[in-house]
Design a protein around this ligand. Sequence first.
Ligand code: GLA
Length: 397
Amino acid sequence: MKKILFTLSIVFAAQLLNAQKFEDLAKTPPMGWNSWNNFGCDVSEKLIKEIADAIVSSGMKKAGYEYVIIDDCWQSSRDKDGNIIPDPKRFPSGMKNLVDYVHSLGLKFGIYSDAGTLTCGGRPGSRGYEFQDARTYASWGVDYLKYDWCSTGIQNAESSYQIMRDALFAAGRPVVFSICEWGNNQPWLWAGKIGHLWRTSMDVQPCFDCSVNWGGLGVLQIIDKSRELRKYSGPGHWNDPDMMEVGNKGLTESENRAHFTMWAMLSAPLIAGNDLRKMPEKIRTILTNREVIAIDQDSMGIQALRWKALGTLEIWFKPLQNGDMAICFLNRDSEPKEIDFDLKDRIMDSDFGWKNYVIDKSFQIKDVWQNKILGTTVDNLKTKIAAHDVLLLRLSR
Ligand code: GLA
């Protein structure tokens, strides 16, 4: 009996220690790149190595992007002992080798699996193999797991994700755990204890204002879905409005800028999804803007609230550390908008304990994208915002 109790307390203590290791991950929204949005199932070690190189050479790494994540279709089958086998044609050197390469560049490595029997791309899922897969990932040196929700039948979402969380704890390597069940089971109510981020919607599409019949959503549609969920997001546990489409075919330059800016306002994980090997300079400039990234990565981790909706012009507000504030005018319209706006106001935040923010006349206003001081809050803000674009301001004293 004593022996059993002793063993149990050791197991319990080990779990606690491991849980602690996971606690400290993702204090700010994770940043990185994922293969799905641009490459779908066309993944290989060659691609991942080239992308990892590009993250470094493009300045993305310096700007804070760190996770290189292979999405679906890297798996081919399981061996006779149930071990998951990477596609040998696409990953001839094996996964450990590839992970080592990514690590050698000072980056981290992410992988994808699914809580059901098959992934969404029809590859083997982790159902029934959770502990074995988690040990395999740990032996390869995986730092991030995106865990999908296809072929899950009548599985309970919370307990399915909990099993994989426990498996990752047991394997002992700290892993950012990304829950991807598309918001179907209100993950914002339970996923904070299990993972570091959870998807709030079906898959993002490379379009600004659209939805497709199977559930895919454009940038504006995802922003609308995120609005009510802000109180669930915060350091270590983030709403995930999906990976970015910035730089992918289907979005104009202003739409790319608006998409990136709003993801930053929403404290969203910034996971790029474009081909970084041939990224135009304009896209690189968007994805690496330090001051926009700083708004996303602000240590308070408060997701923006929609302060005002003036028809198709919305004003979003995000409190920042040191009393600074980010204010984003989002023009949803396909026509430009003139504004003449007095920023002075009192903003009530009922989602976080009825906090009050006062914008008085003591703030300096900076246009973040133009990198230009516009004046102070004494005077009205007068400017024009292009169609499907944003005006992003940082207010400071
Ligand atoms: C689902 C996810 C996507 C992607 C694909 C892969 O649709 O939501 O992000 O991972 O599966 O098959």
